[in-house]
Ligand binder design. Structure first.
Ligand code: ATP
Ligand code: MG
Length: 131
């Protein structure tokens, strides 16, 4: 997902370009908005964390781009491409190093396992099936 900060700052095209040039195939994509309720469900695992309310406010503050990406070793390679959660700790050249402003407004989301990638694909795309 490209988060509201990066979409709002006009970085969508540059981020998609990096994703494609690093060997990911886009198999589904949409430009949409999350409501507070939807953002809360997406980040349900963080519901008890102190930053949850701010995270939900931020994620529902403007448009996002959701995509399903395909590649060998996609989860690990995508997390390498986006860099650490906190952009101050993200390696030079990573998407968060280049485009993120803070640990919360950190430009992109990446799934953390194949299992969660499948759940998140279905969250955004009804009855998503690989093609
Ligand atoms: P994401 O799941 O968005 O790809 P991540 O896996 O790197 O990010 P998580 O620990 O899953 O990091 O946190 C989810 C999101 O919650 C982060 O991307 C960030 O937007 C926000 N977040 C995480 N930790 C903090 C924090 N300490 N303060 C504020 N926001 C935070
Ligand atoms: Mg995460």
């Amino acid at each position: 997902m490209i988060k509201p900060d990066a979409v709002g700052n006009g970085h969508t095209g540059k981020i998609i370009d990096q994703i494609i040039s690093n060997g990911f195939r886009i198999v589904a994509m949409k430009y949409t908005c999350l409501s507070e309720e939807t953002a809360g469900r997406f980040y349900d695992v963080h519901r008890t964390r102190p930053f949850f309310k701010d995270l939900v406010d931020f994620m529902s503050s403007g448009p996002i781009v959701a995509a399903v990406l395909e590649k060998n070793n996609a989860v690990e390679d995508f997390r390498k491409l986006i860099g650490a959660t906190d952009p101050k700790k993200a390696e030079p050249g990573t998407i968060r190093n280049l485009f993120a402003k803070s640990i919360e407004a950190n430009a992109v989301h990446g799934s953390d396992s194949d299992e969660n990638a499948a759940i998140e694909a279905n969250f955004f795309f009804n009855q998503f099936e690989r093609f």
